[in-house]
Ligand binder design. Structure first.
Ligand code: BGC
Length: 376
C-alpha cells in the first residue's frame, strides 16, 4: 500500500511537472521569456527616457524579457548595444535610431531572422526590416505652423506690415526632421509667397533644398547648437527686425531658443511665438507661464504600447492589427519610404497643445502626479 501511494505521488509529481513544462512551452512559443531589445537614441531629449522605460514595462507586461539601452546620440554606441541584443538572442528589436549608420546591425538582425520595428524614427536606407510605427510626422509640422498662423493671424496680415519668422529644423540625420519641416512649410509657404510673412535667415522652401536645409538643421537635436545659432542670428540677420515667430521643431530646442531670445533686450518682455513638440513637462510649464507658445502632444505611452503589441503579433505570426493606429497609405506612405523600400507603417495622431488645452496631456496621464498638479 505504501509502495502504491509512493508510485502515485511520483506519477502525480511527474504529470504536474509535465503540465507545468507544457504550459510554459506553450507560453514560450507564444511569447514567454523571449527577449525584446529596445534601442533608444538619446537621453538629452526627455521623451526618450520615458519611451525606453514604457517599452520595457509593456514588453514585460506581455511576458517578454526586455532590455533597454540609450545610444547617447552616438551611432557607434547604439550599434554596439544592438549587437549585444543580438548576441543575447533577442527575438525582436525595437529601434529608435540615430542615423542610417545603424544599417549594418539591422542587416545582421535580418540575417539572424530577428524582427526589427523602427520606432518613431525611420531606419533610413535599409531594406532589411518590415515595420515602422510612428506618428503622422507631416501633421506634426502642420500643427506647429498652424499655431503660428493663428497666433500671428496671418490670414489677415498684409504685405505692407509683414510678420517676421526664423526657421529651425531638427537633426539632418533623423528622417523625421524632413517631414516636420515640410509639413510646417506646406502651411507657411503660401504666406511667404504673398509677402505677408518674411523669413529672416536661410529659407529652404522645402527640405529638398539641401544646402539651405542644412543651414537651419540642428545636428543631433542638441539644444546648445540651436541656442548658438539663435544667438548668432540675433546679432546678424535678425538684428534690425523684431521677430514675430520662430519655427522650432521640438521642445528641447524651443527652450534653448527662448533662452537665447531672453538675453536680448528686444524680447525681454515679449517673446516671439515659439513652437515645439513632445509636450515635455518643462515646456508645458513654459506654455502655462506664457513663454513657449505651443507644443505638439504625441502620446508616447500609446506609441510604446502599440509597438509592443506589434512585436507580440509578429512573434506569434499573427497579421498585425494595431488599434488606434492607421496604416500609412496614399501620400502618407512616403513616411515609410526608407529610400530602399516602403515598410509597413503605422501612424498615431499628434495633437496641438497651447495654453488653452494644456489639460489634454495632463488628463491623458502623460505626467507624473506631482508634475500634473503644477500644470492644472
Ligand atoms: C522625435 C521627436 C524628438 C526628436 C529629438 C524625433 O525623431 O520624433 O519627438 O523631439 O526626435 O529627440
Amino acid at each position: 500500500m505504501k509502495k502504491l501511494s509512493f508510485v502515485l505521488v511520483i506519477l502525480l509529481a511527474f504529470s504536474f511537472f509535465a503540465f507545468a513544462a507544457g504550459g510554459q512551452q506553450g507560453g514560450g512559443a507564444a511569447s514567454g521569456g523571449a527577449l525584446i531589445g529596445i534601442a533608444m537614441p538619446e537621453t538629452h531629449v526627455q521623451r526618450w527616457v520615458k519611451d525606453g522605460n514604457a517599452l520595457k514595462a509593456e514588453a514585460e507586461k506581455r511576458g517578454y524579457r526586455a532590455e533597454v539601452q540609450w545610444g547617447n546620440a552616438d551611432q557607434t554606441q547604439q550599434n554596439q548595444q544592438i549587437q549585444s541584443f543580438l548576441t543575447q538572442g533577442a527575438k525582436v528589436l525595437v529601434v529608435g535610431c540615430l542615423s542610417d549608420g545603424v544599417g549594418s546591425v539591422i542587416a545582421e538582425a535580418a540575417r539572424d531572422k530577428v524582427a526589427v520595428i523602427a520606432y518613431d524614427r525611420i531606419i533610413p536606407n535599409s531594406a532589411d526590416y518590415d515595420y515602422y510605427i510612428t506618428f503622422n510626422n507631416f501633421k506634426v509640422g502642420q500643427l506647429q505652423a498652424q499655431g503660428i498662423e493663428a497666433a500671428l493671424n496671418l490670414a489677415s496680415a498684409s504685405a505692407s506690415a509683414p510678420k517676421y519668422i526664423t526657421l529651425f529644423a531638427g537633426s539632418p540625420t533623423d528622417g523625421n526632421s524632413f517631414f516636420f519641416f515640410d509639413g510646417a512649410m506646406s502651411v507657411l509657404n503660401p504666406y511667404i509667397d504673398k509677402g505677408v510673412l518674411k523669413v529672416v535667415g536661410p529659407y529652404p522652401k522645402t527640405s529638398a533644398d539641401t544646402a539651405n536645409f542644412q543651414r537651419i538643421a540642428t545636428e543631433n537635436w542638441f539644444p546648445a547648437v540651436a541656442k548658438t545659432r539663435m544667438e548668432n542670428l540675433l546679432n546678424a540677420d535678425a538684428r534690425n527686425v523684431t521677430l514675430d515667430a520662430i519655427l522650432s521643431p521640438n521642445d528641447t530646442l524651443a527652450r534653448a531658443i527662448i533662452e537665447a531670445c531672453r538675453a536680448d533686450a528686444k524680447y525681454r518682455t515679449k517673446l516671439p511665438v515659439v513652437t515645439g513638440q513632445d509636450a515635455e513637462f518643462d515646456s508645458a510649464m513654459s506654455i502655462k507661464n506664457g513663454e513657449q507658445y505651443m507644443t505638439v502632444f504625441k502620446d508616447t505611452a500609446k506609441l510604446s504600447e502599440a509597438a509592443i503589441l506589434l512585436a507580440d503579433q509578429i512573434v506569434k505570426g499573427q497579421a498585425p492589427n494595431i488599434p488606434g493606429a492607421v496604416l500609412a497609405s496614399g501620400d502618407l506612405a512616403k513616411i515609410g519610404d526608407t529610400g530602399k523600400k516602403v515598410v509597413k507603417t503605422y501612424l498615431l495622431d499628434p495633437i496641438s497643445v497651447t495654453k488653452s488645452n494644456l489639460n489634454v496631456p495632463v488628463d491623458a496621464g502623460f505626467y507624473e502626479d506631482a508634475q500634473a498638479s503644477q500644470l492644472r
